[in-house]
Design a protein around this ligand. Sequence first.
Ligand code: 1HN
Length: 322
Amino acid sequence: MTSFDARSVAEIDNLDDLYSVFDDLSVEGGWYRRAPALWPEPLRNFLPYVWRYAEMKAVLDAAGRLVDHEMADRRNLTLTNPVEGNGYATVRSLVAAYQLIRPGEVAPAHHHTPAALRIILEGRGTYTVVDGDRVEMRPGDVLLTPSWAWHEHSAVGPDDCYWVDILDVPLVHLLEPMFFEKYPAGVQEDPRDIDTSPIAFRWEDSLACLAAETAAPEHGMAEREIELGSPAMPTIALHVQELGAGFESPTRRTTANSIFTVIEGSGETIVDGERLTWERGDIIAVPAWRPYQHIVSEPARMVRASDEPVFSVLGLLRSEKV
Ligand code: 1HN
């Protein structure tokens, strides 16, 4: 920074000279910006994308042969949105990952300010311990790890276990309050075995609640829909959606960002004109304000994770049919 000379600034008599002092002072003229600060509607930033479970599973299996838990802590593949310049997030505020844990392995305890949840895809005999409560995780279950909760995972059965992690890490990156700590003892001592817990949404309960729904949701993007929690966590909402064979949703867009995990069925989602086909276990990124429509081939159930609660509480949630 050069020294500020008020007298020479007072003598400036043309715009070029005025602009030339801006950089030195780290200011910009609101009328003379290099990049606009406001625009009429959300930009197309993050890209619509689908990650295929069949491919991810093959990669995880290879990692399972080459990377043990001593080395990995968590053996997961984070899903990096392919938009230029992005190195981490799946959509603006959320990151998703596929994780594999093999029989006998323990992913040691840690906690962090980002909130997390797991959606179990495959494998029996896997447990998570959240703040001292040891909960079995079965396919279709959704398990929450709220901000700052201690959590570790283990597999004790005969199966390789695969699940999807979704976290609000990119939101915490944006806002800066990142804290992370490993549990000093490695694993939590004397966990309590419990089966019902406010952090565990069981698949059989989701199915029963879906079956009890009489009306379709107002937005029309599914034939039946339930919410897990209200919302599940302060930054992440979770909805389980049921879409029958042949179902065609309207085309809608919302300012919230969504990650869909396909629990069963197959179909395609047309996101901003791009046709993304999907089947069981696949993950679909639907970024903010991209119009999207589901077209279903085989009866489908999916979990939509979104940052809707953040938008609601800030007065920024807008959705519309297009
Ligand atoms: C994490 O802590 C877990 O605890 C999984 O299983 C995925 C992705 C990004 C950052 C932290 C876990 C994660 C993660």
